[in-house]
Design a protein around this ligand. Structure first.
Ligand code: SF4
Ligand code: SF4
Ligand code: SF4
Length: 415
């Protein structure tokens, strides 16, 4: 089913007008719950109409789904954590959930660990080139665009620009790079993100390739996704047409540009750290680790950190009751547990009250492991994290090139 492409719109005028790209995603969600394909829909809504306060909502009433129409760039919600922690890992209920690529990847990593029942989920992936922290976005709009942030009705990231649309229809744009040089713009992890079309979800939706049409470009990525789309078309909930070559190429070009931008930021943020002499590297990270107040926020918010009995709690016998874990131990336990599966979602850094650039560390080490083991977390449900599949024989190999060669041989033999 991978590879079916559509340009799609909602057949419902109200949804079409409310959605930023023709309302196809909202219509699909509404159809999924209305038709009984799922029991509920999980999507982001504005709390009290405030676009800087996006919250995940579980909706069982099809009439309510329209409230989730429209794109919010300043709502970096944590979909995987919500499903795992508060919705019982989707074990008792079928759900259609909208998700960014990093959300879908975290869901897949949790499913591999038996924490989420992915069979009960339909992942409606949304293309993403970055999200902003709400407080940073408000300050940026006030300072750099000189408008009231509450007058903004839409944001867009396109052609290296951050564009806002105001209530009266006026558009204002600023160079994204320039904003980010000043410390505004996307979250740090998002700048380095190079997985922008969520092909690991059941369907991938976005505006790239729609040219000037107010439509959604949909790529079907699984049988579940295909069934949903086909039934929605059959029922008349969705109007579709085949995208022409120009549209397909336009989408690919945008994706390529986003990947290049992500890689440029990765080089800029991480290469300097990667090649620092050992002593300087130690100094760099110790300075940050010593700041840590052990609030446990990064652990609690991380979708990949899922153990019920954590080594950092006294119950496990490594930390004395009434004391906090030592600086280095705290970070090393986290690193050992999440590095091979970190999806660079940025949630840990967002919550850190001491402004420790945690994603810089996790992303850097994850990239090292990825290239060594040829494993990118969250891309394929049947591909298991390296630290869960490594054998004694592989551990005994001390030449990394021999190790890689063996690994390649095993993959080709399907081991
Ligand atoms: S990490 Fe990537 S997918 Fe996740 S919010 Fe940022 S840009 Fe989007
Ligand atoms: S370590 Fe941080 S960036 Fe990585 S998955 Fe956990 S919360 Fe996300
Ligand atoms: S969120 Fe920051 S301060 Fe809190 S435990 Fe994690 S690293 Fe330390």
């Amino acid at each position: 089913m991978k590879g079916n492409l559509y340009l799609a719109w909602s057949s419902d005028k109200e949804i079409r007008e409310k959605g930023d790209t023709g309302g196809a995603v909202t219509s699909l969600l509404k159809f999924a719950v209305e038709s009984g394909i799922v029991d509920a829909v999980l999507a982001v809504k504005k709390r009290n109409g405030n676009r800087y306060d996006g919250v995940l909502s579980l909706m069982t009433d099809p009439g309510e789904v329209i409230e989730s129409a429209g794109t919010l760039h300043c709502a970096p919600v944590n979909v995987a954590k919500e499903v795992k922690e508060y919705l019982d890992g989707a074990k008792a209920m079928k759900m259609a959930a909208t998700c960014k690529p990093c959300d879908a990847r975290a869901i897949i990593e949790l499913a591999k660990r038996g924490q989420i029942n992915i069979e009960n989920l339909i992942l409606i992936g949304l293309n993403c080139t970055g999200t902003l922290l709400p407080a940073v976005a408000r300050t940026m709009i006030k300072e750099e665009y000189e408008v009231d942030p509450d007058d903004v009705v839409r944001e867009d990231i396109d052609d290296g620009k951050f564009i806002i649309t105001l209530r009266d229809g006026t558009k204002k744009e600023r160079d994204l790079n320039g904003l980010e040089e000043k410390g505004y713009g996307r979250r740090e992890n998002c700048r380095r993100c190079a997985i922008n079309i969520p092909r690991m979800a059941d369907i991938a939706c976005g505006k790239w390739g729609t040219k000037d049409k107010k439509a959604t470009f949909i790529e079907v990525c699984s049988r579940r996704g295909s069934e949903l789309i086909e039934r929605a078309i059959e029922a008349g909930a969705l109007i579709v047409e085949q995208p022409d070559e120009e549209a397909v190429e336009g989408r690919e070009r945008k994706d390529k540009e986003a990947i290049e931008l992500g890689k440029a930021w990765e080089k800029r943020d991480l290469d300097v750290l990667r090649w620092l002499p050992y002593e300087d590297r130690l100094k760099y990270w110790s300075r940050y680790f010593n700041r840590c107040i052990k609030c446990f926020g990064c652990r609690d918010v991380c979708p990949i950190c899922y153990c019920q009995d954590c080594y950092l709690e006294p119950e496990r016998g490594f930390v004395r009751r009434g004391e906090t874990p030592p600086d280095i131990m705290f970070q090393l336990v986290r690193l050992a547990h999440v590095t091979d599966s970190c999806v660079n979602c940025g949630q840990c850094q967002d919550v850190c009250p001491m402004e420790i650039p945690l994603t810089r560390l996790y992303h850097m080490l994850n990239r090292e492991l990825s290239s060594m083991f040829d494993y990118i977390p969250g891309m394929d449900i049947s591909d298991y994290p390296p630290l869960t599949t490594v054998t004694d024989e592989e551990l005994a190999i001390d030449d990394v090139n021999v190790f890689k060669k063996n690994l390649e041989g095993n993959k080709q033999r399907g081991k």
